[in-house]
Design a protein around this ligand. Sequence first.
Ligand code: BG6
Length: 472
Amino acid sequence: MNLFRIKKPFILIIFGASGDLARIKLFPAIYELAVQNRLPKNFYIVGFARTEKSSKEFQKEFADSIKKAHKDINQNLLKNLLAHVSYFAGQYTEQADFIKLRKYLNSLAKSNSTTKLAYFSVPPIIFKPIIKNLGESRFLPNEDLRLIIEKPFGQDAQSARDLFHFTARYFNENCIYLLDHYLGKSSVQSLLNLRHSNRLLNLMMKGPTVANIQITAFEKVGVEDRAGYFEQVGTIKDMVQSHLLQILALIAMSIPITENADSLHREKYAILSAMKFIESKKNIVLGQYKGYTKEKNVPKNSHAETFAALRLFIDRETWYKTPIYIRTGKRLREKHTFVVVELKKFAFQGKDEEPNRLIFELQPEEKLSICLVNKIGNETQSQEVTTKASIACSGDYCLPEHALLLLDVIRENRLHFLSFQEIIATWEIVDTISNFMKKNHMNPEKYADDSLGPNSQNNLTEMDGFKWFDRH
Ligand code: BG6
């Protein structure tokens, strides 16, 4: 397979160029594309933010964030890359600034056919002014301008719909790329690839065969300096709404029969729109790490959940009565994202026999383990035979999430982006959960920092006669 290299000139405008997302994720991703020689001869990276600064100063920030992310820097390559980087100061709400920006962009690339990518690396509250100003300052109605909007798209189903209608006033749906960086992780992409290439796996991953699905995303980091944002959302909106429900959709969907994006979106939507939260306190556990209220900018009486465990169902015949357990939290013992698909036991198998299971390790390790239980000799002993296969990318195929997704936008591949319908479906399920939490004045229980979260998460699985699989 040939590596994809960009041939056509492009301009990448990064709105929010001084923010964390740009510094921590985007700049290093662009450097990685340069290392792999994926960039064309003519391209321009334009940072846009409110603070006045020169392109020289911005280039220094750009270089510093790359040096922070990479140990061994190729100085020559970095120097060449910086020659493509410039800065433009402006207000997001000022149309005049966007008109000036347009003129500046046109001075960089004379040809109208140059692809322009507008990356929204800004807080969601600034999405609308940028969309409006970009739309209204357009010189040519049919220019090739693509908007890359990173989650969260809205704060609930209503605001997501509203944002979509607002965007549609200025841009066609096919110019908009809705990005969830989890879909850029090679391990998450391999869920689709593995399912597409293995009948064996698919025979096992069907409702009638599966006892339950467990999705775990533990993080070691706390809220860091994002309290302002996190206080408004909490972990369910931050992690479950997009990242974890997307993983679930990739695991539980029927296999799309073609490899095109519409087909995949349709199958994922079929699962996401059928998600069901049965309104009962038995189906939800909320937690908050003990040190949370001592973090910068967190109110002492904060009720934001930093941990959540949920018991959900998929309202489709094939998944009827199969519990789906999802849990995620911050400031836990380690970073670990994995999915366990537990297979049903035969009726004659004893209660103490361990079930067979498929374990998709997504990060930090990337591997698939198939854990088969085998009896040896006398009936009370059993032995687990685990087969492991790496699902990690290798060599030149490895790129950070944002680099892979940028390449996809350039080649107009929507496979690893969200459809608007999927976003609404996931907000609808999250809205049901949030309203239930509000109605019942649910407060999170405290859990020790660096632990595995509140013990009561076990109630969720135990009520169905199962247990969480923590280590393998
Ligand atoms: C982001 C969330 O979308 O994903 C963060 O806003 C979270 O709170 C992050 O820490 C996790 O991403 P990753 O790639 O580190 O698992």
